[in-house]
Design a protein around this ligand. Structure first.
Ligand SMILES: Cc1ncc(COP(=O)(O)O)c(C=O)c1O
Length: 545
């Protein structure tokens, strides 16, 4: 948006810059700085409450027309108060109100208010945990926070944590920006541990793939993951030079969990020195992105251990389920993993981005250690030695505080609300004749679709082409419903396409229940809206219906 014309132009000079670097040293300044915080904390909330549901009904194409300016202004254009007001009134309404209880389509949701305060503190301190010289106590604090989550996952003995928690040579895990980088870090370690240094070969990290394959007599290194694996794993295999075609997908059973017979066959075929093939890692999922399904982790661990295969669990979504004594058993076997991804910005209700990866063996990350002459020198306790990222925010200050404020019980209440509400939602869907549940919730994600009565019968037809035609029509209807609901901006459910036995590609509506304000009444409202939209779509295409 162009700035409003002003009487006295703003200028950038040494004096005005002094004011930008202001410190709250006297009362007037303090009051002014507080005023800006109020504008963010309350102004934003009030504006969104009064003006938007999920988002304003404006098309991206129209929005984009207002954002075509590629020049940096030569002189200052706006004061801070104006900038905040602009963000509140112009940007926020057309962004997505992910905190709405009616926003149940993605893994991003409301966060507790204290996160905003803690995030401000991180910016105010502006520490850089890459090295002790820019973080000091933050580095040891971070090690403590990582140890708490490591203990939640791996349940090692108190003596283990006493030994490793602050030992510079041990790394229990690390913070990264997101789940994508956490998965990449895990597979990076797995790759380097699969092709380590040996006589005359300095290791794959140093010499690259061609030398590694020659040194180990391998022609076909692969990674195995279920059909439901997150696409970040494919990216990781691309970045690591394995090639994303060499991440092989294992079919899933009717509960969307890795099919163990199919997995055994793939392991026999691809982890065989006579065939010069090797499985670099097997990835189990604890809460798949599309369906929330959890792979049979104990069985996967049992297949990996005797073969010496790195077992990674992508618990980016489901990891925090371990906080709940009631539902932690759903993730049984995770403690046998070699590495585990957990995203704080998902079910630990952290602001973006708080990816983490943990390793059962505190020396595993030695496989990715790097040093430099000016920082991260050998023997130092700098966290940047074993970390994909360099400079990064002190996210552990927020997460450590959140763990203190919430406690395990606080998080358990949120997790249990999500899973219990998802189950009640599935029952509510099943009660409605116009809908069917496609994948029941194992955690707090479920998929379903609208099935008008005239098509329901055709889905059961013995004639497969009639069945396929009905499914194609249902795909079209559900796609339209999802799109129209999103555009109306009152509620949001996402969609995906699952390859289902007997039906093939099937468009489903996907609900992620994590907002504690999302009640069954809200969910019934969302179904009512979808049902009405379904009728509209069917009528528009067949006015006689
Ligand atoms: C199971 C799983 N793994 C990894 C990721 C990647 O996380 P991020 O989007 O934080 O990179 C996601 C994201 O949805 C996920 O659901």
């Amino acid at each position: 948006m162009p700035p409003r014309p002003r009487q006295r132009p703003l200028v950038a000079n040494w004096d005005t810059l002094q004011r930008v670097f202001i410190r709250p040293e006297d009362e007037t300044v303090r009051r002014t700085l507080l005023k800006y915080m109020e504008q963010i904390l309350f102004g934003l909330h009030d504006f969104l409450r009064d003006h938007v549901g999920i988002t304003q009904a404006i098309r991206l194409k129209d929005l984009a027309e207002g954002y075509g300016d590629s020049r940096i202004p030569a002189e200052p254009e706006r004061k801070l108060a104006e900038v905040i007001q602009g963000l509140v009134e112009e940007v926020a309404p057309c962004a997505v109100n992910v905190a709405s209880p009616y926003f149940i389509g993605h893994m991003t949701s409301a966060i507790p208010y204290f996160m905003v305060h803690l995030q401000t503190l991180v910016a105010a301190l502006n520490q850089n945990p890459v090295k002790l010289e820019t973080s000091k106590v933050v580095a040891v604090h971070e090690r403590q926070v990582l140890a708490k989550l490591h203990r939640l996952v791996f349940r090692r003995s108190p003596a283990f944590y006493r030994r490793h928690i602050q030992r510079p040579a041990s790394t229990l895990g690390c913070f990264v920006e997101d789940g994508t980088l956490a998965n990449l870090t895990a597979l990076w370690v797995a790759r380097n541990r699969c092709f380590p240094r040996r006589d005359g070969f300095a290791g794959v990290e140093a010499e690259g793939w061609a030398a590694a394959l020659t040194a180990y007599g391998v022609e076909h290194p692969v990674v195995l993951v279920s059909q439901r694996g997150h696409f970040s794993l494919r990216k990781a295999c691309g970045v690591l030079g394995l090639g994303h075609r060499h991440i092989l997908t294992v079919p899933v059973d009717h509960r969307q969990r890795m099919d163990l017979d199919a997995l055994s066959r793939l392991l026999d075929r691809h982890h065989d020195s006579r065939r010069r093939s090797r499985v670099m890692a097997l990835v189990g999922i604890a809460g798949s992105t599309e369906t929330g399904s959890v792979d049979p982790l104990p069985e996967l661990a049992a297949l990996c251990a005797p073969r010496g295969i790195h077992f990674h669990v992508d618990a980016a979504w489901g990891g925090p389920t371990l906080m709940s004594d009631t539902y932690a058993p759903l993730l049984e076997g995770i403690q046998q993993a070699d590495s585990v991804t957990i995203d704080g910005h998902k079910q630990l209700y952290m602001p973006m981005g708080c990816g983490m990866v943990f390793f059962r063996d505190p020396r595993a990350m030695d496989a990715v250690a790097y040093h430099a002459a000016y920082v991260n020198r050998p023997g130092s306790a700098d966290l940047g030695i074993r970390s994909l990222e360099g400079s990064r925010p002190a996210t552990s200050l927020v997460l450590g505080s959140a763990l203190a404020i919430m406690g395990r019980r606080g998080y358990a209440v949120l997790i249990e609300h999500g899973i219990d509400t998802a189950r009640r939602f599935a029952a509510a869907i099943a009660r409605r004749p116009a809908f069917e549940v496609i994948t029941a919730p194992q955690l707090n994600i479920l998929t379903y679709r609208l099935v008008p009565s005239d098509l329901r019968g055709r889905l059961c037809s013995p004639d497969s082409s009639r069945r396929q035609a009905a499914n194609a029509r249902l795909n079209h209807i559900n796609l339209q419903i999802q799109r129209l609901q999103r555009e109306a901006g009152r509620s949001f459910v996402s969609r995906t396409t699952l390859d289902l036995p007997g039906l093939g590609d099937t468009v489903v509506l996907r609900a992620v229940i994590m907002n504690p304000m999302t009640t069954l009444e809200v969910l019934e409202d969302i179904l009512d809206e979808q049902e009405a939209l379904g009728q509209r779509v069917c009528r528009a295409e067949d006015p006689t219906a």
